[in-house]
Design a protein around this ligand. Structure first.
Ligand SMILES: *[C@@H]1O[C@H](CO)[C@@H](O)[C@H](O)[C@H]1NC(C)=O
Ligand SMILES: *[C@@H]1O[C@H](CO)[C@@H](O)[C@H](O)[C@H]1NC(C)=O
Ligand SMILES: *[C@@H]1O[C@H](CO)[C@@H](O)[C@H](O)[C@H]1NC(C)=O
Length: 454
């Protein structure tokens, strides 16, 4: 029954996960605002260009859509803590007949892919090494699996953003990809269209056909422990979020259970209105959901941060998209990442209250700079952290979302230094726990409210 142990080193790994375009180097951790999925050995993508093309794409997909269903679609969602990984996992069915899969829901990526077997060749068929507890999607057993031809414009133009490869030995060969994440996690496979099956909140099931997916015939990375692949929930025409939300009225939401919860505790990823689902939320607040300002991420306009009721002295450019700053939410990033001009005052304000505690792990490498022996810790000594949005809304997470458990005896301040910047700051998934978050594309509105997620 013990709580999973999450050493700082492990968290470092998690942080660099799917997650971010971070570069760890001798000088510390540097956040580069580039497309997170691409490794650019030669340097960053021209950001303005990226933002511009995303903005026009965003307009194309944000039309308000009427739901095809009279209920919402939902997928069970639980924490990956049982695997020692700082991620969440969703369960879904793909293909016809549906095959069960467990994917990491990542608002920071656009492609949904699963470990997959496309054509059974030779004696090894169905017996490939899949690693720890993972399943393989058998494309050959699904009647709805349709590959994208490598000669198509879809492959040659639309999927370039998702790292489609130019190789095309013969016109009907499947369009291939090589998707690399900054931490060294990578997936190679072919693009296809498939059917996803959802449970509906009113008890039936619904299928979404022709959803773009990746069939990864090879993948590597520790971040995938417990998962069969990744569900791309970014704001892009290719992502599941946009496709599924489109069918359910242009919105999706999730409620992240406490990140240390065992697998048996689950909530839902909901496409459509959360009001159709059985989520109890004390109240909801709303702020502008800024689409297209930071790639395909879900950005928010932050005015500042207060700790213990006092606004911290953080330069305005930290939150300014136009100057390469800004903030966003990400379900695939574990810790909350602040660029140095925000990180330092936040840490200083919180550390002050912990002066009486015995520090541990001092001098060890990792993103968690401040950890302490939590024997006798009383969270009432910690001043409240609050994120203030430009439009007046405020997000006040519980203390356990930023003074996080490392082991039963050690707690750490759950922030990571994103480097001097300019760069985006990220509200990570631990900070988002025990809240319902609603991403409403039609109204460009982010809703949030405290919830047990039960
Ligand atoms: C939802 O729609 C289906 C048919 O599309 C219908 O059978 C069902 O009764 C409807 N349910 C509700 C609660 O309106
Ligand atoms: C919602 O919750 C109520 C009470 O907790 C329960 O009676 C009902 O069956 C639930 N509905 C669904 C769709 O799960
Ligand atoms: C924390 O403090 C308690 C009591 O002083 C001690 O027994 C324990 O070993 C300490 N744990 C760590 C990890 O330092």
């Amino acid at each position: 029954m013990g709580r999973p142990r999450c050493m700082p080193q492990q968290l470092l790994f998690i942080l660099f996960l799917i997650a971010n375009s971070f570069n760890a180097d001798a000088a510390g951790v540097k956040f580069e605002l580039i497309h997170r999925h691409h490794l650019h050995p030669g340097g960053a993508l021209p950001l303005r260009k990226l933002v511009h093309s995303d903005a026009s794409r965003a307009q194309a997909i944000s039309r308000k859509v009427r739901s095809k269903f009279n209920a919402s679609g939902e997928l069970p969602l639980h924490s990956a803590a049982d695997y020692g990984v700082g991620q969440y996992l969703v369960k879904l069915k793909m293909g016809t007949p549906g095959q069960h899969l467990v994917l990491i829901p990542d608002t920071g990526s656009d492609l949904t892919w699963t470990k997959c077997r496309y054509k059974c060749r030779g004696d090894d068929c169905g017996r490939i090494k899949t690693g720890h507890r993972s399943r393989v999607f058998h494309a050959d057993r699904s009647s709805s699996f349709k590959t994208v031809p490598c000669s198509s414009t879809t492959c040659q133009t639309d999927l370039v953003d998702l790292f489609s490869l130019a190789i095309c030995p013969s016109p009907l060969d499947p369009c291939a990809y090589d998707y690399s994440y900054v931490d060294g996690t990578s997936a190679q496979g072919i693009f296809a269209h498939e059917t996803l099956t959802f449970s509906l909140t009113k008890g039936r099931t619904a299928s979404l056909r022709n959803v773009l997916m990746g069939c990864s015939e090879s993948s590597t990375g520790r971040s995938l422990l417990g998962a069969d692949g990744i569900m791309g929930l970014g704001y892009s025409t290719n992502s599941n979020a946009v496709h599924a939300a489109g069918a359910f009225g242009g919105k999706f939401s999730y409620c992240l259970v406490d990140h240390l919860s065992p697998r048996s505790v689950s909530s839902h990823l909901i496409f459509g209105s959360y009001k159709d689902a059985n989520v109890s939320v004390a109240w909801m607040r709303h702020t502008e959901l800024v689409l297209g300002a930071i790639g395909t991420f879900y950005a928010v306009r932050v005015r500042g941060i207060s700790v213990g009721g006092a606004m911290l002295d953080i330069p305005a450019e930290v939150w300014d998209f136009g100057r390469g700053g800004g903030a966003m939410l990400d379900s695939g990033t574990t810790l909350t990442v602040l660029t140095t001009p925000a990180y330092e005052p936040v840490m200083a304000a919180l550390r002050g209250s912990l002066r009486g505690s015995q520090r541990v792990y001092e001098g060890e490498v990792g993103p968690l700079e401040y950890c302490f022996n939590s024997t006798g810790f009383d969270e009432r000594v910690v001043p409240r952290f609050m994120l203030h949005f430009v439009d007046g809304a405020r997000f006040e997470p519980p203390v356990k979302s930023y003074v996080i458990d490392d082991t039963p005896e050690v707690k750490c301040l759950g922030f990571a230094d994103g480097g001097a910047g300019p760069g985006a700051s990220i509200v990570g998934n631990i900070m988002q726990q025990n809240h319902l978050w609603e991403f409403d594309f039609g109204n460009r509105r982010l809703g949030f409210g405290p919830s047990s997620c039960a």
